[in-house]
Design a protein around this ligand. Structure first.
Ligand SMILES: Cc1cc2nc3c(=O)[nH]c(=O)nc-3n(C[C@H](O)[C@H](O)[C@H](O)COP(=O)(O)O)c2cc1C
Length: 179
C-alpha cells in the first residue's frame, strides 16, 4: 500500500512469551478496529496509532506477497487461515507469530470483519519456513507483474507441499505442533 510509513528496519528479534496471545480485529478491508494490550506492547504502538490503520502497517519486507494472497483468498471464502508471519515493530525490530485469521459474522450471518489470534511459533517451524519464504520472495522479485509474482510464488509453495504430500493447512499446523 503506497501510504505505508517507511520504518527503518532493525535486525533484532522480539520473542513472544509462550503464554501470550496477540489479538486484533479488522473491518472487511483489513483496517484495525481492535488490538489487545499484548499486541500494543509487542508491536510498540499506542491504541490511537493503531485503530483505523490498515493491518499492513506492520508488514515486514521479508514476507512474500503470496502468503497474504493466500490469507485473503482463504478468509474471503469464509474459511480460517493459519500461517507464520514476520511483522515489524514500530521501532523497526521484528517478531514472528503463528497466526490464525477468521471471518466474523453478524446475527444475520453477514460478514462484518476478521479476527486474528497469534501465538509464539516454535523456532523449529521458523527454521523451516524462512528458506521457503526467501525462495518465494526471490521468485516474486524476478517478476514485474504483482499478479504473476504471487501466482508463481504460490506455485512454488504448492510444489514444496506436494513433495511432503500435505495441504497448506496440514503443513503449517504440523510445524506449529512440532515443538
Ligand atoms: C485479521 C487480519 C490480520 C492480519 N494480520 C497481519 C499481520 O499481522 N501482519 C501483516 O503483515 N499483515 C496482516 N494482515 C494482512 C494485511 O491486511 C495485508 O494484506 C498484508 O500486510 C499485505 O499488505 P499489502 O497487501 O498492502 O502489501 C492481516 C489481515 C487481517 C484481515
Amino acid at each position: 500500500m503506497s501510504n505505508r510509513k517507511q520504518i527503518l528496519l532493525v535486525d533484532e528479534e522480539v520473542i513472544m512469551e509462550e503464554e501470550e496471545f496477540i489479538v486484533s480485529k479488522t473491518d472487511l478491508r483489513g483496517n484495525l478496529i481492535y488490538a489487545n494490550r499484548t499486541f500494543m506492547r509487542i508491536a510498540l504502538y499506542p491504541e490511537n496509532k493503531l485503530l483505523g490503520q490498515p493491518h499492513s502497517i506492520m508488514r515486514h519486507p521479508d514476507m512474500p506477497k503470496g502468503v497474504f494472497k493466500l490469507l485473503w483468498q482463504t478468509i474471503k471464502k469464509g474459511d480460517e487461515f493459519f500461517g507464520f508471519v514476520k511483522n515489524i515493530c514500530s521501532d523497526g525490530r521484528y517478531y514472528w507469530v503463528f497466526a490464525n485469521v477468521t471471518p466474523a459474522y453478524d446475527q444475520q450471518n453477514r460478514p462484518v470483519g476478521y479476527l486474528s489470534v497469534r501465538r509464539k511459533p516454535p523456532l523449529s517451524a521458523i527454521n523451516v519456513i524462512k528458506p521457503i519464504y526467501q525462495k518465494m520472495l526471490q521468485i516474486e522479485r524476478s517478476e514485474n507483474s504483482d499478479k504473476v509474482a504471487e501466482q508463481k510464488s504460490i506455485a512454488y509453495l504448492q510444489s514444496e507441499l506436494d513433495k511432503l504430500q500435505l495441504n497448506y493447512q496440514q503443513f503449517v499446523i504440523n510445524l506449529f505442533n512440532a515443538k
